[in-house]
Design a protein. Structure first.
Length: 252
């Protein structure tokens, strides 16, 4: 590792490690243990207070976007929210230079680390559901290709790129900041962005969710309806509703 790379790694440790008591106690020893040359070690000692301020600013910048996206998750964790965010930063999961990637990285980390899920089994589902709204709103604009506006039973369905068909083992859509712990129970949700840019979701029954799963995987309308034993006209009516809302763009 070059001197520059060692210095970059030391700064990463200083900013992202949850425990930097070694740096507070002896900056020179902290630097030496990371392979920095004596000049860089003395500089760390000289600028210790400013480096601690830098650490605080960077950690604030990385964690500040989280509560806006995950207010119910934060309410669920209560006093443990700070420990959760500290563990997330300590994991070095954030690799992107873009703020918009912090939110999905947080959900990915919860899934991989399973942090807190022994105490809050609903945690990952709730955080994913909260992030989902942001993902739907940020989805790229749909291309305006010519599509048939009315389907035949043999048609395939073209969905908006913002459409998501999901199943959760918790009633995450019923959780609030006042009552953040969702009840256990299946939630089958279809979410998308309306033509005016607003987020929209609806709860589905089992056959509706299974039907949409199949047509979103490119099955024909007839084949998907038959596979889940759904009346063809009911399936067409559901697609008509979704077309009116902008979730279905057309038919092929």
């Amino acid at each position: 590792m070059s001197g520059t790379e060692a210095l970059q790694a030391a700064f990463s440790d200083l900013v992202l490690d949850s425990d930097i008591s070694a740096f507070r106690l002896d900056p020179i020893a902290f630097a030496a243990s990371r392979g920095l040359d004596p000049g860089d070690a003395r500089a760390m000692q000289r600028w210790q207070r400013r480096l601690l301020t830098y650490r605080a600013l960077v950690r604030f910048a990385l964690s500040d976007p989280l509560p806006d996206c995950f207010p119910i998750t934060k309410a669920l964790l209560g006093e443990d929210w700070g420990d959760c965010v500290a563990a997330f930063l300590d994991s070095r999961t954030i690799q992107s230079p873009y703020y918009r990637h912090i939110h999905p990285h947080f959900v990915e980390w919860l899934a991989a680390a399973q942090w807190g899920q022994d105490r809050w089994p609903c945690l990952l589902s709730l955080a994913h559901f909260e992030y989902l709204e942001l993902e739907v709103l940020r989805a790229p604009e749909d291309e305006t290709e010519a599509q048939a506006s009315s389907p035949a039973s043999a048609s395939r369905v073209r969905f908006s790129g913002s459409a998501r068909n999901l199943a959760y083992p918790w009633r995450v859509h019923e959780a609030t900041e006042a009552e953040p712990e969702p009840a256990e129970g299946t939630a089958l949700l279809f979410c998308h962005r309306l033509p005016d840019g607003r987020y929209h979701q609806r709860e589905l029954d089992g056959p509706e969710s299974a039907f949409l799963t199949r047509v979103m995987a490119d099955a024909t309308i007839r084949d998907a309806a038959e596979a889940v034993e759904r009346d063809l006209q009911e399936a067409l009516d559901l697609l008509a509703d979704l077309h009116a809302e902008g979730a279905v763009l057309g038919y092929l």
